[in-house]
Design a protein around this ligand. Sequence first.
Ligand code: ADP
Ligand code: MG
Length: 590
Amino acid sequence: MAQLAPGTRLRCYGEVRLGGNGLEIVHPQYQRLAEDEIGGVEASLTPIYPTTEGLGQKRLAGVVARALDRLPPVDELELIPADLLAPLGIADLRQALLTVHRPPPDVDRDLLASGIHPAQRRLAFEELLAQNLILKRLRARIRSQTAPRLAGAGRLRAALIERLPFRLTGAQRRVDGEIQADLGRTQPMLRLVQGDVGSGKTIVAALAALGAVEAGQQAAVMAPTELLAEQHLRAFRGWLEPLGVTPVWLGGKVTGKARAAALEAVASGSPLVIGTHALMQEGVRFARLGLAIIDEQHRFGVHQRLALRDKGRTAGHVPHQLVMTATPIPRTLAMTQYADLDVSVIDELPPGRTPVQTVAISDARRHEVVERIRAACTDGRQAYWVCTLIEESGQLEAQAAEVAHAELTAALPGLRVGLVHGRLKPAEKARAMQAFAAGELQVLVATTVIEVGVDVPNASLMVIENAERLGLAQLHQLRGRVGRGSRASSCVLLYRPPLGALARARLDTMRETCDGFRIAEQDLRLRGPGEVLGTRQTGQIELRVADVVRDAGLLPDVHRMADRLAETAPDRVERLIERWVGGAARYAGA
Ligand code: ADP
Ligand code: MG
């Protein structure tokens, strides 16, 4: 290689290691220096870009260099008006781009490496701004439509509250009040109710639905799984049938004549319908949908949320929307990803709940755990045994559950052990769930089908197999199935050693706290926001430069700037969105 002839001066970049012949760098990036270039100190530091197969460092650096040479002058490039930019004390865009790509030799490298150099902050600021603008636009579009005013006499609502076996918590009453205020307006409500697992969101949904019914409109409740939708059906029946309101059931397995009858009921104005995704299917027509309630909204995408709204669109009207989630969304994320929704938080658990005692135990001590179940169940308690697999294979998971079921049935003579998994017929699943809820089964072996929403307050022991493989959000959801009654509950996280560092960190977090917000913050730190929200699934916008945790401090200024720009420079709003979001902006028009 002529380039590497002895005597040639090179500048190399790579990881220096101690090899057989002294120090070595395997496959370094290198650059030939001219004869007279001694030491080779350049005008700027050399950035290292994340590359990919087929696009090497040199090519990428070359492309970037050409782009930088063509950067328009600052007044053409800058979309944030100077008088708004100046008070923030951040760099202009041109300066920021030049600094990150050609950092001057005396740049503060620590700041740069941590992603908080003013030049990087500037880019993050603009990206967050663009994202905020697009959500504001989506929101403005929805708000410009009209929804029916849902202000009934409140007689049914009062009767329901009167008949409840418990008193609503202060937080439930407050959130209910916020919803009622929204429903009384002709602007469509877009409200997210956030409440940790077990905080009592279902009754809040029922009260909202009843508000719509009292105003002569229809309400629809959609849940992400059959199991959860059926549970809602039972709860709503129990609460509402005594008041003369009978829910129509529209699950995925409703077919034939039953389906035709359900569709007919919905089309002719039955006040309340409960179901799954089936609610959004073709053929479902509402006579006058006034309120769409979506439970566990993180399981649905933005698109599905919009689809149910579109179902309810009638001449000039859209329904109000209420979405509920137990996945606590850290505030910083809520402000970026959900800026199109108003947020209500149920930040109080019903009285008498005690935190779930959580331990992590190696699978080698499985027999001790089985003993523990025997002791608890003999004492009148009930237990879940959850089989989980990392692969989303319902079949393997179901098999694992069948094996565990056989094992526990053999190990626990005298106790009744039930089984639910996704491969069972809906009727079988419902039977097992009901038997467990009624206390006829002491142990329920289940797959993650019970992850979301399942409510059996007497169950106070939960065992989660392969806990080391699950994410924090899922562990928290699963654990949320216990600790719902007044009894002290416990959760055993069974793991297979050795534990990796991340898995160890997750299990430690679970042992330390039951607070969903703290768990979500930790999750965000361990995994990053895209994963937490399931970006791909929900069609949320991904951030390229900004990091909602690192750059959270920018958000208040971002919000103020977005408002000012919308008022004073609508053309710049368009260009900012186009620059950062481009084609993805289309979803906002949905
Ligand atoms: P989540 O917020 O997880 O959906 P649920 O609505 O399933 O919670 O409620 C959990 C349990 O708490 C249910 O059994 C419900 O009946 C009960 N519950 C709800 N609100 C209260 C309250 N204010 N006082 C006592 N129990 C309540
Ligand atoms: Mg729920």
